[in-house]
Write a protein that binds this ligand. Structure first.
Ligand SMILES: *[C@@H]1O[C@H](CO)[C@@H](O)[C@H](O)[C@H]1NC(C)=O
Ligand SMILES: *[C@@H]1O[C@H](CO)[C@@H](O)[C@H](O)[C@H]1NC(C)=O
Ligand SMILES: *[C@@H]1O[C@H](CO)[C@@H](O)[C@H](O)[C@H]1NC(C)=O
Ligand SMILES: *[C@@H]1O[C@H](CO)[C@@H](O)[C@H](O)[C@H]1NC(C)=O
Length: 313
């Protein structure tokens, strides 16, 4: 998915190692040592959001297990497969029934499987073995998706079932994520007529134009949660001022060192190497139009604000 430049402006943070000191230095506009003069620009909101995250993370004692909040289109499949195989799951069990399998095959009492195999996940509106819906009585009665993709901010029962462990999740720049959802929708098509900036724009207009997130939920248009803004996986009520549901917020652009560091701190031997879940689309290297970018930036304004993603339009 190399088309769009990976513009999460943590290019500085990636090289800078996200310590509080470095973030403080970034806020002051100082380039920490070892950054090769990379762009150290950082918006105040970006720095503030990261410091809040960092603070919450540092204050609470570590729990003995780690659960994974799978934000769709952010390499969650790779993480789940790598983790669950490391935890003893047979790759053939990689489907909707894995959580049942996991329940009977735990090697230790605090063993926590990830995503589709996480048998501790519970939601208040379980549609069937694999799907959760928006809880009854809320403002958003329609949408539903796989339980491991359901945004925990919309269902306190689900959120509660994650935070029995420390949670982690992976963020991705909204434009890259949106393109990935488009490619996923077309993943089985041999005919490449979908593969153009114009077709991507049509998809953007269809799903994002003049719509709020709640409009989409009401009309079941979030494509099986593929398009849900990332704030609904990270913060209670999707609000950066509220407590974090996702304790360890990693970034897809710097996963190569953030993931091993997290595994090490929890004593887990999970290695992503060899499990990269590359989609087999033949569609490469097309750029989103300005209109597409603008639609993404408007629809995902909360994500840009909360996480400091760079804007282009
Ligand atoms: C997973 O799916 C495959 C194909 O649908 C099926 O044959 C297999 O039995 C499933 N695994 C489990 C554990 O149900
Ligand atoms: C545990 O895993 C084995 C091997 O995949 C499977 O045959 C068995 O049904 C699983 N146990 C339970 C309780 O699901
Ligand atoms: C799952 O959530 C429902 C609804 O809140 C609750 O009735 C049920 O007891 C929960 N199940 C488990 C295993 O926690
Ligand atoms: C669960 O419900 C969803 C949505 O209605 C449906 O797409 C899916 O096939 C169902 N899965 C099973 C295992 O029944």
């Amino acid at each position: 998915m190399g088309g769009y430049r990976s513009s999460y402006e943590c290019s500085s943070l990636r090289k800078c190692d996200m310590s509080i000191l470095h973030i403080a230095a970034l806020l002051l506009g100082i380039c920490p040592a070892g950054t090769d003069g990379v762009d150290c620009e950082i918006s105040p909101s970006h720095g503030k959001a990261l410091i809040q995250m960092r603070q919450a993370m540092n204050d609470a004692p570590m729990k003995s297990c780690l659960s994974f909040i799978h934000i769709p289109k952010n390499m969650g499949g790779t993480v789940e497969i790598a983790g669950n195989i490391a935890f003893g799951v047979n790759p053939a069990d990689s489907n909707d029934t894995c959580a049942n399998w996991a329940a009977g095959n735990r090697t230790s009492s605090n063993q926590r499987f990830w995503g589709y195999c996480d048998d501790h996940l519970n939601c208040s509106n379980r549609i069937n073995i694999s799907h959760c819906g928006v809880p009854a009585g809320t403002d958003a009665p329609v949408d539903q998706c796989h339980f491991q993709h359901f945004p925990p901010a919309w269902d306190p029962t689900l959120a509660e079932s994650y935070v029995q462990c420390d949670t982690f999740c992976i963020l991705r720049h909204p434009v890259d994520r949106f393109i990935s959802s488009f490619l996923w929708v077309h993943r089985n098509e041999d005919d490449l007529s979908y593969c153009s900036p114009k077709a991507l724009e049509t998809y953007a207009v269809k799903h994002l134009k003049d719509l709020s997130v709640l409009d989409c939920v009401h009309r079941n248009r979030l494509n099986g949660c593929l398009l849900v803004p990332q704030v609904y996986y990270v913060f209670e009520k999707g609000d950066p001022q509220q407590p974090q549901i996702c304790r360890h917020v990693l970034h897809m652009d710097s996963i190569d060192h953030e993931f091993p560091a997290l595994m090490k701190s929890y004593g887990l031997s999970v290695d992503l190497e060899g499990y990269w879940n590359h989609r087999s689309n033949d569609c490469h290297d097309f750029s989103p139009t300005r209109k597409t970018i603008k639609l993404v930036e408007d629809f995902y304004a909360q994500d840009y604000e909360a996480f400091g993603f760079s804007r282009d339009a």
